[in-house]
Ligand binder design. Structure first.
Ligand SMILES: [Zn+2]
Ligand SMILES: [Zn+2]
Length: 391
């Protein structure tokens, strides 16, 4: 308390600060073994408050004393030694007293002056948003959007424009305006062309069942486990995004690992009748699938496959952004598998040599049950003799 009072009284002239900093050095730094953690914490609290009420050079000295206290009492154990706006190594080596004496209140800078902190790390944060990955995702979304628009609207024009011209010789405004229902019908017919089981349709009952089970699984199991994961494994977001080739390679390895794990899991749950009846039969309720049936499975299936997906980025030591991209791609592919449509931009059309199965592949699994156990790629089914493809 004597020190505290001395500091308060120190005030404007700052002359007493030299004595105070020497006392702090003698009491806290040199006699480090006699300083308890509670005592160190109490000093840190008071000194931090006081650093805001004294002259700038005294602030520098007191904050440096705080830094030394944190270091000797091991309070900074595990904390990064550098960071944005951190003092340079040369300044860090100086004692609190030296820093106090080297700081000029008149010029508000060190003597000699120190260059302001570089903004390199801030650029890193911006990089995360404007990284190649972000541009890639946006480009991909734009491509899908353009292809969809062309498919849905381009086909419409080809079909209707000549008809209009033939009927009247000129295109009147009335005939160019389509009713909303007519337009939706045309789009719907275009999309239906890509339906895998054209005779089947999605009922409202199945939509409701799928949504209810998905909501139940996510509320009862996924959400509490996610909260537990956040609690046990807090994510430390790095400032820099990973290099794009590195990210893509790790996402691919994660997908290949997940494909293998799911293949083994799936094969076992079809070959062992008890496993099929107890755990997997529910997912086979619908022989014709829709996007929502991707999540139509029991707790065991949802959690075990979810565990594979969560474990792979951890095994590979992936960057959080890579992990996030893998989850998004994995969910996208899983929904695509079950969507019931073989769309022109489907993943299996982008990957050559029939290496990827996709929606056709998985639709046949729901229809025939004895084939195509791997969710995405075809190599494991090919090796196991369980691959079934229809031309
Ligand atoms: Zn199955
Ligand atoms: Zn399925």
């Amino acid at each position: 308390m004597a020190l505290f009072n001395t500091l308060v009284i120190a005030g404007a002239p700052n002359d007493d600060i030299i004595i105070v900093l020497r006392c702090l050095d003698a009491m806290l730094t040199r006699r480090r073994k006699q300083v308890t953690l509670q005592r160190a914490m109490a000093f840190l609290k008071r000194l931090s408050t006081l650093s805001m009420h004294v002259m700038p050079n005294a602030s520098v000295g007191i904050l440096a004393a705080n830094r030394a206290t944190m270091h000797v009492s091991h309070l900074s154990h595990g904390a990064p030694s550098d960071g944005s706006s951190a003092l340079s190594v040369e300044l860090c080596r100086r004692s609190p007293l030296e820093l106090f004496e080297d700081y000029s209140v008149k010029d508000m800078t060190f003597n000699p002056p120190v260059a302001p902190p570089a903004y390199k790390k801030k650029v890193g944060k911006i990089l995360l948003i404007f990284s190649h990955v972000f541009i890639l995702i946006v480009t991909f979304m734009l491509c899908v959007g353009c292809v969809t628009a062309r498919l849905l609207l381009g086909g419409d024009h080809r079909k209707t424009e000549p008809d209009l011209c033939q009927e009247t010789g000129d295109i009147s405004l009335e005939k160019q305006v389509y009713s909303v229902s007519e337009h939706v019908q045309v789009m719907w017919n275009l999309v239906r062309r890509y339906k895998l089981q054209s005779q089947s349709s999605v009922s409202w009952a199945s939509v409701w069942n799928c949504l209810a089970l998905t909501l139940y699984n996510h509320l009862i199991f996924i959400f509490p486990l996610t909260v537990l994961n956040w609690y046990l494994r807090p994510v430390l977001l790095p400032l820099e995004a990973p290099p794009l080739p590195h990210l893509l390679a790790q996402v691919l390895v994660c997908l290949l690992l997940f494909d293998f794990q799911s293949f083994i899991w799936h094969l076992a749950h079809h070959k062992v009748p008890w496993l099929y009846r107890t755990f997997h039969k529910l997912h086979h309720t619908y022989t014709s699938t829709s996007a929502l049936t991707a999540e139509y499975s029991g707790a065991w299936e949802t959690l075990s496959l979810g565990l594979f997906a969560a474990a792979n980025p951890l095994l590979l030591g992936c960057h959080p952004l890579t992990e996030m991209v893998f989850f998004i791609v994995n969910i996208w592919l899983s929904v695509e598998d079950h969507c019931g449509y073989d769309l022109p931009w489907a993943t299996h059309r982008l990957i050559p040599f029939g290496l990827y199965g996709g929606s056709r592949h998985h639709d046949l699994h729901h229809l025939k049950s004895k084939y195509n156990y791997a969710p995405y790629f075809t190599h494991w089914d090919r090796l196991a003799g369980t691959l079934y493809m229809e031309d």
